[in-house]
Design a protein around this ligand. Structure first.
Ligand code: BMP
Length: 215
């Protein structure tokens, strides 16, 4: 049912019932659900398992700690049945390797090597290429890329080969889903444009039309 789907909805809301309600409404339009701290802090990690019954769950914990703490966070996401997990890479290869080792082929590991907000340029941007190389050496499954910066997506795609690229920054942050996919993204991650829409289902359908349109 999910083959060919590229849309990942980011449910950055506190209300777990509302999150499940939206997920159920749009489940035929999405590949996966991304959860971040708001919904997990408000509902506990069990929300990962509950949402996984609707669609695969990508845990956006942007893990950025010492290897042991990274391992503990990863283990919990795995126990709850997550499909994938997002880790920072700037904390170094030992930290990223801990996430990959604990995922043990059961969860996809996405590394953050670029970001979609202006502050990314202050500190991270000069290190982006080095973080990509290090992530490749560690054996990540994919990268998070900015869906509002198509040349950066294309740059990461060149280094990433066949690995998965998931683009954020679509809609509320100015990116276009179709352009992001044509620049090289496998998935587009969309939050506010869906969960704040009057009809999340219509919004999700519109994004899927953008993806399948030719220009
Ligand atoms: P929205 O579509 O509402 O802008 O949400 C984007 C989602 O992607 C948020 O969950 C945010 O944490 C995440 N994200 C991002 O916006 N930029 C990045 O560079 C990396 C992210 O994970």
């Amino acid at each position: 049912m999910r083959s060919g789907k590229k849309l990942i909805v980011a449910l950055d809301i506190y209300d777990g019932s509302r999150a499940k309600e939206i997920a159920l409404k749009i489940k035929d339009e999405i590949f996966a659900i991304k959860v971040n701290w708001p919904v997990v802090m408000a509902n506990g990690s069990g929300i990962i398992k509950e949402l996984s019954e609707i669609a695969p769950v990508l845990c956006d914990f942007k893990i950025a700690d010492i290897p042991n703490t990274n391992r503990l966070i990863t283990m919990k996401a795995k126990e709850e049945g997550a499909w994938g997990i997002i880790s920072h890479s700037f904390t170094g290869t030992d930290s990223l390797e801990a996430v990959i080792a604990e995922s043990k082929g059961k969860m996809k590991v996405f590394s953050v090597v670029t970001m979609s907000h202006p502050g990314y340029r202050e500190f991270m941007e000069p290190l982006s290429e080095r973080m990509i190389e290090a992530s490749l050496r560690c054996g990540v499954d994919g990268f998070i890329v900015p869906g509002n910066d198509y040349s950066t997506i294309a740059r990461v795609r060149k280094s990433a080969g066949d690995l998965l690229l998931a683009a954020t920054g679509i809609g509320a942050q100015g990116g276009n889903a179709g352009k992001a996919v044509r620049a090289g993204a496998d998935y587009v991650i969309v939050g506010r444009s869906i969960y704040q829409a009057e009809s999340p289902l219509s919004a999700a359908r519109e994004i899927n039309m953008e993806i399948s349109s030719e220009n």
